[in-house]
Design a protein around this ligand. Structure first.
Ligand code: ADP
Ligand code: MG
Ligand code: ZN
Length: 201
């Protein structure tokens, strides 16, 4: 391994949907391309919203990517010359991606990832808290609440025109639901279990 282990590190770009996570990932990738770094961009194969073999933001900026189903596939697309690995929508991969990320970082690769910090209920998205805890650098972006214009930190799932239910599955690929960026007070989830808490004044 010719590369210094010191080059490695984890950068996480997080926040709700529409926050500009993919745009920020692409911005960092473009800067590193100017710096002549060897970069490979990955995304989970299930996310085919806009294009195959491309990472595309909601604003339609894009870059070539490798679609993967299993995190270990990353190893068949990188080599000793790889400086940077970028992964968009990392929350859709399985948790063993954490080990793959750690291995790459320990071998001097800079790993830049973007992913949702919370699911549609506002709960931590599967393994994302672990990734955020392990990261050298975290950027938490907000979107704009479609209801009131405040900074949106949450992703609202709408099913048949109504807010989703707390016990619905986290990932509903291909279902006829839609998502909106919302602030804390406009974010709604039906049947969310609550403790009976009261203010003491
Ligand atoms: P993410 O990857 O976080 O889902 P993208 O980088 O793909 O976000 O897209 C961000 C872009 O989405 C913004 O620059 C803007 O053009 C567009 N957009 C659409 N709806 C919203 C919203 N409610 N708040 C902010 N940006 C939005
Ligand atoms: Mg995105
Ligand atoms: Zn709001």
């Amino acid at each position: 391994m010719a590369k210094s282990y010191k080059n490695g590190g984890i950068e996480v770009i997080t926040g709700p949907m529409f926050a500009g996570k993919t745009e920020e990932l692409l911005r960092r990738v473009r800067r590193l391309q100017f710096a002549k770094k060897n970069i490979v961009v990955f995304k989970p194969a299930l996310d085919d919203r806009y294009a195959l073999n491309e990472v595309v933001s909601h604003d339609k900026s894009r870059t070539k990517s490798v679609n993967i189903v299993s995190p270990s596939e990353i190893f068949t697309h990188i080599d000793e010359h790889t400086d940077v690995v970028a992964i968009d929508e990392i929350q859709f991969l399985t948790e063993d991606v954490l080990e793959v990320v750690e291995f790459m970082v320990n071998h001097g690769i800079l790993v830049i990832v973007s992913g949702l910090d919370t699911d549609f209920r506002g709960e931590p998205f599967t393994f994302m808290p672990k990734l955020l805890a392990k990261a050298e650098n975290v950027l938490k972006l907000s979107a704009v609440c479609v209801k009131c214009g405040a900074p949106a930190t949450k992703t609202q799932r709408i099913v048949d025109g109504k807010p989703a239910k707390y016990h619905d599955p986290i990932v509903l690929i291909g279902a006829s639901e839609s998502y909106e960026a919302r602030c804390r007070s406009c974010h709604k989830v039906y049947y969310k279990p609550k403790l009976k808490l009261e203010l003491p004044w």
